[in-house]
Design a protein around this ligand. Sequence first.
Ligand code: ZN
Length: 463
Amino acid sequence: MIGVSYPDPYAVEETLQLLKVPWEWYQPGRQYDVVLARKADLPGYTGNLIDLTDNDIFEKICELLNVGRSHLHEPLSDILLDQLRQELKKYCLLAEIPPAPWEHPYIMALTHDVDVTSVRECRLVTAGYAAFQCFTHGNIRAGFQFLLARWGIGTDPWVLFERWKTIEEELGVRSTFFFVPRKDDPGMRAHPYRAVGYGIDPGILHGLTRDGWEVGIHGIDNWVDAETGTLEMAAVGNGAVGNRTHWLLFDQESWKKLDEAGYSYDSTFGYNDDVGFRAGTLQVYRPKGTTNIRELPLHIQDLGLLGKFCWAPVDQGWEKTPCLHLDESVARVQCQVIVDYARKYGGAVTILWHYENLTPPRDWSGIYSELVKRARADGAWVTTAGKAVEWFEARRKTTLTLFQDTKKITIRIQNLNLLNEPSLQVRLYIDPSLISHVDGEYERGDNYVAIRCVQPELSVMLR
Ligand SMILES: [Zn+2]
């Protein structure tokens, strides 16, 4: 058994929730394979110790998850967890429920922020800027189409829900659309450009959920005020329980406000001006000081990757901040780096592709489709934000216990939800050649076996 002694319960519980191994709080006099603690906190202890004095993994992970870092290009939390995993393996037989479903190396969560739904309804400056962009790229026809559509003439290039549905239907996936709950309101502490010109169309939202897509809230003020947060959730309706705040506005109190307002998850913690790992992780987690809300961190945003600039809050107002603005070929490589980390550590890669970026002036549909196709070819489970969060929630609710004698290892999984799809798996770090029989579906890896969790008790017979 692994024992832990540490003054911050949240930091321990969340870190070990992400690692998902059996452990307990250290009790003096009990036998442990190894104890995780700072040496000075356990003066009389003489057994195996992973000393946190100079390498405090709980503090580091807690800080990454809750404060985050700018421009972090590796999943530092997941890397630290792997270092801990390798350490623990030296002292005990280790079993974990990895952050990847059975038969899927990782998850990909697809999301779209809906900032416009038509040219006709959008602000004049938005349509004018799009037309200007088309003209400067030599796409005269598309430019005129924008100008005419603004006055209700001809086809509206930003009426795109059916096109999204067709594209994703052909890719064999579903996604989440985050809708702004009210029009013409930039929100508190916001730049006037933040207001959107469309109102909720219940028919569109109903059509999406009916056909298997998810709708969520693209919050205006829910990140600063819980009461407004509840109203914003109700305004979107259609089972929406997840949030991504418009412009990714966020402060240290936002998770608490969203939690209080009744949101199940948030997916705001990511970059506007970059791609990567703001929380250092690909996993869904519980922010400090909250009860029910989970964070599904955002990794790849189309505008951060390919856009020119975004608006960022500064002390005295707002500032234009440059985005990566990569060529598509370089952008593909950048995305692959992120996906490769998911192949290695599991977790969910969260993608944000803005609703309007299927057409000129920013036709980025090709790179989106490629990302999805490559994930499918990897065997990833590509799904909506809400379903990814639910999967992690089913994993979170379980606990593992391990019993071992000379001939048999028994793994007990409490609170296993057998309806959860795709299945969880247990990874048992043992030389596969020592195993004579496993009572279930399993696969041999390099120094471990992975067993599909379809029953609450798994037995591994040894030679
Ligand atoms: Zn937005």
